[in-house]
Design a protein around this ligand. Structure first.
Ligand code: RIB
Length: 300
């Protein structure tokens, strides 16, 4: 059984700033670094580092060839990545402030040029029972979910970045939702107020998708796991944050990686939490994702 992550590949331009630039303001940055990123690529790298056979599917332009090398170095199979000659690779302008928080501006580029023929080709390389991991940075998501369901794949959805396209997906086909409270609220069409009841939010999602696993990520407050048999909270590990970019992607990759390796869910959640804690102590998206040995050996 393998995992196919069908998702974005971005060139991340990360600017260190004192504060996020305001409307009408011109701000000098302290540094610029270029990293491999994109929620899809990050999750593929986390999955491969977590120790499972991982294929990445998606599209880049000629300018993104170095992203392939970075994925391959991490152990990801890139045979299903299409290189387009007339479109540039997706990119992200990331501001990283003194607290380690970020804000991100995306340009879709090749990520938004996925074709149905490409999807059919990828599906042809999948087998029943394989896991398919999706985010919301590529086009043709509805077609991908429909084809994956028909093929009997286990569908994992991280509905990020959230927008109206997510609500139009056949969400009943999703087996695992990996999402934060804002995304959960938007799927349920409700506003999240401060001090909201986290378990109640998870339960409301479970009522809509009773056969799915729900993993509600809550940043510093950890994450809640819910399925038909159990509900529990995984606390987060306390670290000094340098850059939170890709922390969520690391969590998703390590959690699903753990499930595919047959770990008990509590252990998979703990691994995911450890891995994402390590990731926030380092600058950059995919370069911040730790290898399995570090995750297993670190003590907080
Ligand atoms: O989740 C982090 C990622 O979001 C970045 O790598 C950036 O490319 C955006 O897709």
């Amino acid at each position: 059984m393998k995992v196919i992550c069908f998702g974005s590949l971005n060139i991340d331009y990360t600017y260190k700033v004192d504060h996020f630039v305001q409307k009408g303001e011109t701000l000098s940055s302290d540094s610029l670094q270029v990293f491999s990123g994109g929620k899809g690529l990050n999750q593929s790298i986390a999955l491969a580092k977590a120790g499972v056979e991982t294929w990445h599917a998606g599209s880049i332009g000629e300018d993104g060839r170095f992203l392939l090398k970075q994925m391959e170095d991490a152990g990801v199979n890139t045979d299903c990545v299409t290189i387009l000659t007339d479109t540039r690779t997706g990119n992200a302008i990331i501001q990283n402030d003194k607290e380690g928080d970020n804000c991100i501006l995306l340009y879709g580029g090749a990520n938004q040029a996925i074709t149905r023929e490409q999807v059919d080709e990828v599906m042809g390389r999948c087998e029943k029972g394989d896991f398919l991991v999706l985010q919301n940075e590529i086009n043709e998501l509805t077609y991908i979910v429909e084809q994956a369901h028909e093929k009997g794949l286990k569908i994992v959805l991280n509905p990020s970045p959230m927008n109206e396209k997510i609500r139009r997906l056949p969400l009943a086909y999703v087996d695992y939702f990996m999402l934060n409270e804002i995304e959960a609220g938007q799927i349920l069409n409700r506003e999240i107020q401060e001090g909201f009841d986290k378990e109640e939010l998870g339960r409301a999602l479970m009522e809509c998708f009773p056969n799915a696993v729900i993993v509600l990520t809550l940043g510093k407050e950890g994450a809640i796991y819910m399925d038909q048999n159990e509900t529990f909270t995984q606390s987060s590990y306390k670290v000094k944050a340098v850059d939170t970019t890709a922390a969520g992607d690391t969590f998703t990759g390590y959690f699903i990686g753990g499930i595919l390796r047959g770990l008990p869910v509590r252990e998979a959640m703990d691994m995911a939490s450890r891995a994402s804690a390590i990731a926030v102590t380092r600058l950059g998206a995919s370069p911040s994702i730790p290898v399995l040995k570090e995750v297993e050996e670190i003590s907080f």
